[in-house]
Design a binder for this molecule. Structure first.
Ligand SMILES: [Zn+2]
Length: 458
């Protein structure tokens, strides 16, 4: 069976003018829907003196104010008596979801059945663009429950011919691999590496497990980490980005950025420092707006929502895969960006250092890093603990050198901070399973700022 190239070919390959036409029609309907059905947006339009009918095309969104996670929290219990972002009657709410709540009260999201179908379609397009199709059996390791991703990913199986194996974790028994012979796995980079180690220990080389593609999501990762996972599993690793807010984007087989399903979600990029939207090619925060087609219902609708994830718009022309929808750089969490010696770095830069090819002869890839005050005034020491297969037989000096080179990369600000002694590194090596975060529950925090007297982020 050959996999189809597209899930919804006409839309996915539409020319720019046709695509803009669809987007603008949906912008008009979504804004009108917000004004009529969302208690929050009804007063937002009034308070900001915005006439909803004046928003006619996507460019008009750029002149409207932004909202954020804080806005959602301020408009739901316990702050308010009701959920002011809910934009349908309870009778039309199919499911209720919550974000993880790592930064305060979880944000509540209400999904209608049509929202489920839209979310599932975004994932379905992404899976098909990665080569999945009829006959594929895919283990979903993302967690189910209040989190919307795994649930709607499962619904994406419908209409693509894929069979979903809804494990909800990467710690499933090895027999799932040997009995069902899955052809794909969705999981995070670290979980996929852990699973590979478990398979190898049971005498099943991951490259011979029958798995043909991996989808890595849940968090951003360095290209070096992707290369390593692809090498271990002997198959391509495709990237995906998604959030409860509905920003599902997927990387096609070309690996030239993640396609944004532009007819289903609108994205702009904003620089909070400059307080303005930026041009393609410049880095900023993803600001998203829900798009719904005329006649559809939406449970929680967002206009100009600041995700606090950063990206760069890479291209809006036709990709080699034939799709015309814009491509963005793997988004990074701004909450995982740190400032040291006048330079900025992200958790992904730390992983760039860890996953240097020659390091992986000794390391598992698992690590944790702590930022401490350095010896000099204003200096930062990045203390990295690396998990290794045999701490006694590890090329410690070589790993440190390669980490430093990989971490700094071609960033002149990090180079200057390091050369000037304002950013130093120290390394320690740990046996498997002994890192601090491995003893804690929940999403592991691999880079922790323990400095005092230094503004961590900007
Ligand atoms: Zn493509």
């Amino acid at each position: 069976m050959t996999a189809p190239r597209y899930y919804r070919e006409a839309v996915e390959t539409a020319g720019r003018d046709a695509l803009d036409g669809i987007v603008d029609e949906r912008v008009r309907y979504t804004v009108r829907y917000a004004a009529e059905h969302s208690p929050f947006y009804r007063s937002w339009f009034r308070e900001h003196g915005i006439d909803p009918a004046s928003v006619k095309e996507h460019e008009d969104l750029l002149s409207l104010p932004l909202i954020s996670g804080k806005t959602i929290r301020a408009n739901q219990p316990p702050v308010k008596e009701d959920f002011l972002f809910r934009s349908v009657d309870w009778g039309d709410v199919f499911t209720v979801h919550e974000t993880s709540g790592t930064s305060g009260t979880p944000k509540a999201f209400f999904l209608t059945w049509e929202d489920w179908e839209r979310y599932a379609e975004k994932y379905a397009r992404s899976f098909v663009s990665q080569g999945f199709g009829p006959g594929d059996r895919v283990v979903v390791c993302s967690s189910y429950g209040m989190n919307v991703g795994a649930n709607t990913m499962t619904l994406a199986g419908r209409g693509t011919g894929m069979t979903i194996i809804p494990e909800g974790t990467c710690s499933f028994p090895v027999r799932v691999i040997t009995s069902f012979r899955p052809t794909g796995i969705v999981g995070s980079v670290f979980k996929l590496l852990g699973l590979a180690r478990r398979l190898s220990a049971e005498g099943i080389p991951p490259a011979e497990s029958g798995v043909k593609r991996l989808v890595a999501g849940g968090e951003s990762f360095a290209p070096e980490a992707r290369e390593h996972v692809a090498g271990v599993w002997g198959c391509p690793v495709h990237n995906t980005y998604g959030s409860t807010e509905g920003s599902m984007c997927g990387e096609c087989v070309e690996h030239t950025g993640l396609h944004v399903p532009e007819d289903l979600v609108h994205m702009d990029v904003y620089d909070p420092g400059m307080q303005s939207f930026v041009r393609d090619g410049e880095c900023g925060r993803i600001v998203l707006s829900t798009l719904i087609a005329p006649g559809e219902k939406c449970g929680t609708l967002l206009l100009n929502y600041d995700t606090e994830d950063t990206t760069v718009v890479l291209a809006r022309d036709r990709c080699a895969c034939g799709r015309t929808h814009m491509r963005i750089l793997n988004p990074q969490r701004e909450a995982e960006t740190f400032r040291a010696g006048g330079a900025y770095f992200n958790r992904v830069d730390v992983e760039r250092g860890v996953f240097q090819q020659e390091n992986m002869e000794y390391l598992t890839g698992e690590y944790e890093a702590f930022l401490h005050n350095g010896e000099r005034e204003g200096a930062t020491d990045l203390q990295v603990t690396l998990e290794c297969t045999d701490p006694d037989r590890t090329d410690r000096e070589g790993i440190g050198d390669r980490f430093t080179r990989g971490f700094i990369g071609s960033n002149p600000f990090l180079r200057a901070a390091h050369d000037g002694g304002l950013l130093t590194f120290s390394f320690s090596f740990a046996c498997i399973g002994t890192l601090e975060h491995q003893k804690l529950k929940g999403r592991p925090k691999r880079v922790v700022d323990r400095r005092s007297g230094i503004g961590g982020r900007s």
